[in-house]
Design a protein around this ligand. Structure first.
Ligand SMILES: Cc1cc2nc3c(=O)[nH]c(=O)nc-3n(C[C@H](O)[C@H](O)[C@H](O)COP(=O)(O)OP(=O)(O)OC[C@H]3O[C@@H](n4cnc5c(N)ncnc54)[C@H](O)[C@@H]3O)c2cc1C
Length: 232
């Protein structure tokens, strides 16, 4: 579906991450984890880039995407948008989706790769699925954690959801994990990991590393779904 959408709300998530919300038009159906193409005018030219839909299909009044602000031209054009501005949307696309197909899922994300995971967690929590979910989210420092409060709230309300944050450059007072996602972390956090379907989202190097770790742990390819944040 292609449509022009009015920006209704901007949410500053962290210092360099913003969510952009639009009215959800009638007939715009999507699955948790899908993405859409967003076109806006950048220095006089129309530019189109893919963004995961960070809202959940259960949220009827809005759709949202969440952008890591890079200081580059397209990013700056979005950063300067105000409520009432319009963008063009083409979607939904993508197959990193979850609608309750599996009993146990592990969501492994790096940085802004959290966006499909928040949609999946919100969806499962809202429709009260019995699916056991472990989310391991990797960031550099505590200030980089996007959707931290939302995930805390969801974890309190959904006994099937476990959220683990790992920080690779944490302050001294950080009590949680301090490593990149690795095999021993997966074994520790998900002892029955062989029964899980793994969802991976993040930068290409992180995805390559996760695929090779899961392969070395004996997880078949059929139990691994992935989306790199580069492409299209
Ligand atoms: C399926 C899919 C889903 C995605 N979902 C999201 C999402 O939910 N949120 C999100 O933020 N992104 C998402 N992305 C990535 C998004 O599409 C953009 O590529 C990304 O946000 C960077 O766009 P940009 O215009 O800010 O940066 P770009 O200008 O495209 O820069 C990207 C990278 O290229 C290099 N680069 C390019 N130009 C320069 C320059 N002048 N100086 C230095 N380095 C440069 C840098 O390494 C930089 O980090 C997704 C991508 C895919 C394929």
């Amino acid at each position: 579906m292609e449509f022009t959408a009015d920006l209704t709300e901007i949410i500053q998530r962290t210092n360099d991450v913003k969510s952009f919300r639009f009215n959800r038009p009638a007939g715009f159906d999507y699955k948790a984890g899908q993405f859409m193409f967003v076109t806006t005018t950048v220095l006089g030219e129309r530019v189109r880039k893919p963004f995961t839909i960070s809202s959940s299909p259960t949220e009827n009044d809005h759709i949202e995407f969440t952008k890591k602000l890079t200081g580059h031209d397209y990013s700056n054009a979005l950063d300067e948008m105000v409520v009432g501005d319009v963008i063009d949307i083409d979607g939904p696309h993508g197959s990193l989706t979850f609608e309750g197909e599996y009993d146990k899922i592990a969501l492994l994300s790096g940085g802004i790769g959290i966006t499909p995971m928040i949609s999946i967690c919100k969806y499962c929590s809202d429709v009260e699925l019995d699916t056991k979910i472990t989310l391991i989210s990797s960031n550099k420092v505590q200030q980089d954690i996007v959707f931290g409060e939302e995930l805390d709230r969801m974890e309190r309300g959904n006994r099937n959801l476990k959220v683990v944050h790992t920080l690779t450059r944490a302050d001294e007072d950080w009590q949680g994990c301090r490593e990149r996602i690795c095999d021993s972390m997966i074994v520790h956090e998900i002892p029955d990991y062989k029964e899980y379907v793994f969802y991976l989202c993040g930068p290409p190097l992180m995805i390559d590393s996760m695929v090779s770790i899961l392969n070395s742990m004996g997880i078949p390819k059929s139990q691994v779904k992935q989306e790199s944040l580069v492409g299209y």
